[in-house]
Design a protein around this ligand. Structure first.
Ligand code: HEC
Ligand code: HEC
Ligand code: HEC
Length: 288
């Protein structure tokens, strides 16, 4: 009974390891080119992911079997694990060194010998290969294969009536928002009203870009992705500003509060979600 406990401890160690797996000089480099082919068909589960799930399930099954003191089953799964772990190590040549095939073999040997000490060591070593590679590479893989690039996206500018690159459109959007405040400060409320109309047209136009990346939008539930950042709450706040303007003596406090709402709920929150990856992708492009 005592021996089996050790196996459980090894399992817990693997799943809850508090050791920092990130290095302090964490670098987000583009994933190896040889990975591209496993993500070529965006409509299907990547072959890399499928392989990960295979080896991961086999790995866990070893410990579940040990937990039930079923050594025969544990050995069967360890053979399965070696196969799938080895196959993964051959899929991306640039990452071969990240795998420890020796430790995988030792895991199987330790099960055959019912050697708990060796088993604990081997599973810990193996677990570290998983977490080391994940912390080093997952961010890169996600930025490369899950996020479409803003480079390929054009936004219709309703004022210029032209399709503009994403970042150019952002500059225009930003400019039109600032103009509202400048006009307000100069107490030119008529001009501020016009600037607000321009801004409203631009932020409404931004709604059309969401579906260029959020393609399965229509198959989701009743909440549209467009409720975020460019939703009706933003338009309602613009309407409120206008109503205040119409009084002829708009309150500065209300005006600031409303502009702050737009800055925070539209611009800033959307940037927090979408801009880091756009920045990573652009850094990669500059290197090429
Ligand atoms: C050489 C690098 C590397 C090694 C070693 C590695 N992985 Fe992975 N694994 C990845 C990458 C990269 C992803 C992210 C893939 C993605 O999200 O598209 C991943 C994803 C996964 C996933 C998530 C699959 C999903 O459904 O999204 C699981 C589970 C997993 N790995 C388990 C393991 C286990 C268990 C080990 C060790 C026994 C391991 N991996 C070793 C690189 C590695
Ligand atoms: C360049 C591609 C791109 C564009 C354009 C884009 N998004 Fe996203 N967005 C993503 C990706 C990728 C994610 C990560 C999660 C996912 O795939 O849904 C994400 C995540 C989100 C999330 C977090 C949770 C969720 O629902 O996925 C929200 C909310 C969101 N986007 C809203 C928007 C809105 C609103 C717009 C348009 C005004 C927009 N996005 C435009 C790529 C994009
Ligand atoms: C759909 C999400 C989204 C919303 C809403 C949004 N932005 Fe952006 N913005 C982005 C992304 C993504 C980038 C990075 C684009 C790139 O670099 O290609 C960006 C970039 C910018 C930039 C830098 C442009 C450059 O030269 O790289 C400015 C300025 C900007 N946004 C202003 C604003 C303002 C002001 C608002 C609010 C009125 C706003 N954005 C609303 C997603 C959004």
């Amino acid at each position: 009974m005592k021996k089996i406990k050790l196996g459980i401890i090894a399992l817990l160690f693997f799943f809850f390891s508090p050791l920092p797996a990130f290095s302090s000089d964490f670098v987000v480099a583009p994933p190896p080119k040889s990975m591209d082919k496993y993500y070529a068909d965006s409509g299907r589960i990547s072959e890399w992911i499928a392989q990960m799930r295979k080896l991961s399930t086999a790995f866990s099954a070893i410990f579940v079997s040990l937990d039930k003191e079923n050594w025969v089953l544990a050995e069967k799964y360890s053979a399965k694990f070696i196969d799938s772990y080895k196959k993964a190590s051959e899929m991306i040549p640039e990452w071969k060194e990240e795998f420890d095939l020796k430790a995988a073999n030792e895991l199987k040997e330790s099960i055959l010998a019912k050697d708990m000490k060796k088993l604990g060591r081997a599973s810990e070593t193996l677990g570290k290969t998983c977490s080391h590679c994940h912390s080093k590479n997952n961010t890169s893989v996600w930025a490369r294969y899950y996020w479409p690039s803003t480079d390929t996206i054009k936004v219709l500018d309703p004022i210029d009536e032209k399709e503009l690159p994403y970042d150019v459109f952002m500059e225009k959007l930003s400019d039109s928002l600032k103009r509202i405040s400048v006009n307000f400060e100069q107490e030119d409320f008529q001009q501020a009203w016009r600037s607000l109309d321009v801004f409203k047209k631009r932020i409404t136009s931004l709604r059309s870009v969401c579906s260029k990346c959020h393609v399965d939008e229509w198959t989701k539930g009743s909440t549209s992705v467009k409720e975020f950042f460019v939703g009706n709450d933003i338009l309602a706040v613009l309407q409120e500003i206008k109503k205040d303007f119409a009084t002829g003596e708009p309150s500065e406090k209300n005006f600031r509060k409303n502009i702050d709402y737009i800055n925070k709920r539209s611009c800033k929150t959307c940037h927090l979600v979408h801009q880091p990856v756009a920045a990573i992708q652009q850094a990669w492009q500059q290197k090429n």
